[in-house]
Design a protein around this ligand. Structure first.
Ligand code: ATP
Ligand code: LTN
Length: 350
């Protein structure tokens, strides 16, 4: 049996098979997001909004990856809160628990078990090349956790355990998805066809939203508050952060990659309005940064306000939220269990 046909039943809600009208199987996508802080506009533009928009195209699995969050120190209370907050924000953004399986990684012990087996077939040389480890490990690499080092293998387990065909991510995660592909290939060569080799899906516009105060760095929820817009920032905070965002001393509002501050703000505007670069440049011809920043702030507020309202309603019903999380895990559990069992047998552990 080929890897793709050995994938167990498609993950689809009861009564809604994950098949398109033509009868063809939908491709399965898997992606994850860390509860390492409040998600940012970068997470929304680079990842979440695509997941939402493409729910009817794919067979979808989305995961709040709390095991990945603890690869760097987290306050336990904050982590518990951030996991629920992130789950609620995914649903509030439009990920629909009826059309997508949405669950919390640590609720599925199979991921960590598969990761151990995959750790044992992954050469250290591959991990040494991962650029995220280099940037997250800080100045003293000897002090970084072993979990941070093997992080991409756990990510490979997340993806491979569900036989995902594709992984929609921001630019920074492309290298990790390629590693997952290599790990799948290595395992298949050694033990026989088991895993699908997944491919990354990276969008060109908005795949890498940069920090507001240092446009040479990725906008990140683990950095200082003024560097990012969080998905729950109030309109006044959004306007203030955009007004303070780094630009340059030139005057024209044009897409010029050599001017990273204004380029980044224009990229955000382009992502949120869906307009072409030419149309945006024409809109702001002869206008100043102040007018452009006000228009950008309006676009951000307009995007986030309805999400924030739904988010508040979800957070006001903690039992309902727990129920959604449990149902999400129950949906994916049979597939994860079946894959792990197959792997244990192939390796000789069963
Ligand atoms: P941290 O900042 O804590 O390291 P992160 O936001 O980079 O976390 P995740 O929350 O796991 O990492 O990312 C979820 C998704 O959001 C990934 O697909 C990632 O590529 C995407 N993403 C994160 N930051 C950006 C950004 N600034 N621009 C575009 N996409 C992003
Ligand atoms: N490493 C990713 C989060 C992540 C993920 C995954 C993404 C963990 N497991 C599986 C896609 C598929 C990050 O840091 N953004």
């Amino acid at each position: 049996m080929s890897a793709s046909t050995s994938a167990s039943a498609r993950i689809a809600p009861a009564g809604k098979p994950a098949e398109v009208a033509s009868g063809a199987k939908r491709e399965r996508v898997f992606s994850g997001i860390k509860p390492s802080g409040t998600p940012t506009l970068g997470n929304y533009i680079g990842a979440i909004r695509h997941w939402v928009a493409e729910q009817d195209i794919y067979d979808n699995i989305y995961c709040v990856v709390d095991l990945h969050a603890i690869t760097v120190p987290q306050d336990p209370e904050e982590l518990r809160f951030n996991t629920r907050q992130l789950y609620a924000l995914l649903v509030a953004s439009g990920l629909d628990p009826a059309r997508s399986a949405i669950f919390v990684q640590s609720h599925m012990h199979e991921h960590a078990e598969l990761a151990w087996v995959l750790d044992c077939v992954t050469p250290m040389g591959w991990l040494n090349r991962m650029t995220q480890f280099k940037s997250k490990a800080g100045s003293d690499r000897e002090l970084a956790s072993a979990g941070l080092y093997t992080y991409p293998v756990l990510m490979a387990a997340d993806i491979l355990i569900y036989h995902a065909d594709a992984v929609p991510v921001g630019e920074d995660q492309k290298q990790h998805v390629e590693l997952a592909r290599d790990v799948a290939n290595t395992f298949n060569n050694r033990f026989g066809e088991t895993f699908v080799e997944p491919r990354p899906i990276v969008r060109t516009v908005g795949a890498r939203i940069m920090s507001l105060d240092d446009p040479s760095k990725k906008m990140s929820k683990s950095e200082s508050e003024n560097s990012y817009i969080s998905m729950i920032d109030e309109p006044a905070a959004i306007r203030k952060k955009i007004a303070r965002a780094t630009t340059d001393s030139e005057r024209t509002i044009v897409f010029d990659e050599k001017r990273p501050g204004i380029f980044n703000l224009l990229a955000i505007y382009q992502s949120l309005t869906g307009r072409s670069q030419d149309a945006i440049e024409a809109e702001f011809e002869g206008k100043g940064y102040k007018e452009f920043k006000a228009a950008l702030a309006d676009a951000v507020v307009e995007t986030l306000e309805p999400i924030q309202q739904r988010y508040k309603a979800l957070m006001a019903d903690p039992d309902g939220l727990e129920r959604l999380m449990a149902e999400g895990a129950a949906k994916v559990q049979p597939t994860a269990q079946a894959t792990l069992q197959t792997v244990l047998e192939k390796v000789g552990l069963r």
